[in-house]
Design a binder for this molecule. Structure first.
Ligand SMILES: NC(=O)c1ccc[n+]([C@@H]2O[C@H](COP(=O)([O-])OP(=O)(O)OC[C@H]3O[C@@H](n4cnc5c(N)ncnc54)[C@H](OP(=O)(O)O)[C@@H]3O)[C@@H](O)[C@H]2O)c1
Length: 253
């Protein structure tokens, strides 16, 4: 029986860091399966990883056939999935009315639907001691004007993860919602194509490696949510104390 990790969004940013860290920190893995659209990027990552075999699955998680393909590969290989990382995702900032319909729906499609479907497909292959890392965001702590749909998708991921964690706890499977603030990745190239990145976001921007290392430490401590950095921890407390409509008002100014 082959022990594997499956990482989506592995071609850049935090997904890629997860692959690097998993290869060093989780012993006894036979393979890491990496999913994203950019095959070349996944090939480069494969060359970089020493000691654990990397299997490339170039899939577009916005396309129906990708789920069929993954389902088939899992059924054929019958692996034990020790780690699932759902890191594929994107955000587009700016007002809802100026967003394209495609982007607004696309964020829900990739950040929520694809993440849920991947989790569902992988579930039968998880065992006692397996981990699920769901990339949520501090954007999911409260409603966020001008990041309206993205923040709502991340609120979904956080809620989904915490509830699923409870359901799976009886089987000894750990689920953690990773909720960082701004992280220095390609995410920002797409999210802020149309406008400048807000100065306070640049100020608290974290390194992806640090966020991922913290998430792995927190998962081992069996935490439900991983938040990197003091600023984001304070923001989380504020978001718990104040009504969402107040936060939205402050953020909207
Ligand atoms: N950066 C931040 O500030 C931040 C903060 C909190 C949470 N997050 C969340 O963390 C996760 C990772 O983001 P990141 O910052 O690492 O961003 P990133 O560097 O842009 O990585 C996003 C990943 O998603 C993949 N992806 C995009 N569209 C896809 C599709 N249709 N099918 C399959 N894969 C797709 C990309 O690969 P391909 O383009 O090759 O397909 C890439 O590997 C996302 O869910 C993001 O919302 C980011």
């Amino acid at each position: 029986m082959r022990n594997i990790a499956l990482v989506t969004g592995a071609s850049s940013g935090m997904g890629k860091e997860f692959v690097r860290e998993i290869s060093k920190k989780y012993k006894g893995l036979d393979e890491i399966w990496v999913v994203a659209r950019r095959r070349e990027r996944l090939r480069e990552l494969k060359k970089e990883i020493i000691g654990t075999r990397v299997r490339i699955l170039p899939l577009d998680l916005m396309k129906e056939e990708s789920f069929e393909r993954l389902k088939m590969v899992l059924a054929k290989e019958q692996p034990v999935v020790r780690i699932l990382v759902n890191a594929s995702g994107y955000g587009i900032s700016g007002s809802f009315e100026h967003q394209t319909e495609e982007d607004a729906a696309g964020m829900i499609h990739l950040n929520c639907e694809a993440l849920t479907r991947i989790t569902y497909l992988v579930l039968p292959y998880l065992r006692r001691g397996s981990f699920i890392y769901q990339m949520a965001s501090s954007a999911g702590f409260a409603p966020q004007p001008n990041f309206t749909v993205y923040a709502a998708t991340k609120a979904y991921v956080k809620s989904f993860s915490i509830a699923l964690r409870q359901e799976l706890s009886y089987q000894g499977i750990r689920v953690i919602a990773v909720c960082p603030g701004p992280v220095k990745t390609e995410f920002f190239d797409r999210a802020y194509e149309q406008e400048e990145v807000k100065f306070y976001k640049k100020f608290v921007m974290a390194a992806p490696k640090k966020v991922v290392r913290k998430a792995i430490r927190d998962a081992r401590k069996n935490k439900a949510v991983s938040v990197y950095g003091m600023t984001m921890k304070v923001i989380r407390v504020i978001c718990k104390l104040l009504p969402g409509r107040w936060i939205a008002k402050i953020m909207g100014k």
